[in-house]
Design a protein around this ligand. Structure first.
Ligand code: FAD
Length: 397
């Protein structure tokens, strides 16, 4: 015999817990199932342990999807202010890290505790360590969920199993499999918000500079970000690189301006005019990390760095401009799902209602959160998508 619920949510992550709490507080009998041994693991590890739980400046442009309009409805019905109102009821202490990115003052656990308290208010049952073996829909329209710990039935089924990032934390392609089972399409999935790897000579350069960080502007496919870059033993990382990785496809080049807001040519002109006696490498080191300047000048025509500004010829200035403002490189790949913060692609939103999150192919089957083909920028946008989509679906299940 199987236990019967109004609603079963598979996946006790950000979106699943939000949806379950919302539905439970509407009086629905809700069961959340997760195969992991603990709930909300990604919340706990997010934002360096402080959880960047939303962003004050939320725009549809902060999301990627084959259908850029899909996210608009949910984001406008459950906004960052709605989530702030929720956490404020629990007196959560938080701060704006700079660009509207809101982090817990203390720890990510505070966010998870709020979600769990909201679930408790809604009388939600949560069961971990439960691997799902099969899902079926009966002719009467009930879903039957077979698990290693027994059978369950429900009227509404919500898939909130997230993307493929960080398999060690319990990520699986389960949601995509269920989507296909019920006739939905799945857009190609790829690691996103992820560092790039380099190969050959550029890898050696990156390794030499590993640990060096600086503010840059990176561009790819008409998209640019002004944020920090970090050289690593594998290639390139830092927020600027994670952001652009959302837009990058295999074999694309990226272009980096290491001196955004300045012009090397103009600086040289000024140094000539003011009769600077220092060498180019010393002068550039006033603007950029010295290790970087030395390595970068070492890649160019011999002794360029040891010259004075007035000794530079047109060709030298062109080369400096090229290397410092328009460095173009083809990453050999990404670090993959092992370190990616999110998954680009997923369940095709064409098959999902942007209002209710119900599958157009199957009544009472819902998909929310990262499992959908909606990918946010770095900065709290992925959690806001989980809250917004979870809350909206929670109104209908
Ligand atoms: P998840 O939170 O991933 O939850 C999915 C749940 O489903 C998990 O509990 C999992 O165990 C369960 N599950 C998976 N497969 C199965 C299965 N087969 N059977 C049963 N259960 C299953 N975003 C931000 O906005 N701000 C941040 O600061 C931030 N930091 C991050 C840091 C790291 C290291 C990572 C990896 C991600 C970060 N993200 C951040 C992204 C954010 O964590 C995700 O976008 C968000 O958690 C997605 O929510 P979700 O509920 O859709 O999926």
């Amino acid at each position: 015999s199987s236990q019967v619920f109004d609603c079963i949510v598979i996946g006790a992550g950000a979106a699943g817990l939000m949806c379950a709490a919302t539905a439970g507080q509407r009086g629905r009998q809700v069961l959340v199932l997760d195969h992991a041994n603990k709930v909300g693991k990604k919340i706990l590890m997010s934002g360096g342990g402080r959880c960047n739980f939303t962003n004050l400046y939320m725009e549809p442009d902060n999301y990627l999807s084959a259908n850029p309009h899909f996210c608009k409805s949910a984001l406008s019905r459950y906004t960052q202010y709605d989530f702030l109102e929720l956490v404020s009821r629990y007196n959560l202490a938080y701060h704006d890290k700079g660009a509207g990115e809101l982090f817990c003052d203390d720890k990510a656990r505070d966010i998870l505790n709020i979600l769990l308290a909201e679930c408790e208010k809604g009388g939600v049952n949560i069961q971990t360590d439960t691997a799902i073996t099969a899902i079926e829909k009966t002719e009467q329209g009930q879903f039957v969920i077979d698990t290693e710990r027994g059978q369950y039935q429900c009227h509404s089924l919500v898939i909130a199993t997230g993307g493929l990032s960080i398999p060690k934390m319990g990520a699986t392609g389960f949601g995509y499999k269920v989507a296909r089972q019920f006739g939905l399409q799945v857009k190609d999935t790829e690691p996103a918000l992820v560092p790039f790897t380099l190969s050959d000579a550029w890898l050696t350069v990156a390794q030499e500079l590993a640990g060096v960080a600086m503010d840059i502007r990176v561009s790819c496919r008409q998209q640019s970000f002004n944020e920090a870059l970090l050289f690593t033993h594998r290639g390139l990382s830092g927020p600027a690189i994670l952001q652009i990785s959302n837009y990058w496809y295999s074999s694309d080049e990226i272009t980096i301006d290491f001196l955004p807001g300045h012009s090397v040519a103009e600086l040289i002109e000024q140094w000539v005019t003011s009769g600077e006696k220092a060498t180019i490498k010393t002068l550039l080191s006033q603007y950029l990390p010295k290790r970087f300047v030395l390595t970068w000048l070492g890649l160019m025509a011999a002794d360029l760095g040891d010259k004075l500004a007035k000794q530079l010829v047109k060709k030298d200035i062109e080369q400096l401009t090229q290397f410092f403002h328009h460095w173009t490189i083809k990453p050999s790949g990404t670090e993959g799902y092992r370190t990616a913060e999110v998954t680009r692609g997923g369940v095709d939103t064409d098959g999902i209602s942007s209002k209710t999150f119900e599958a157009k192919t199957t009544a009472n089957l819902y998909f929310i959160g990262e499992v959908l083909d909606v990918t946010g920028w770095l900065g709290g946008f992925n959690f806001q998508w989980a809250w917004s989509s979870g809350w909206c679906a929670g109104q209908y299940v």
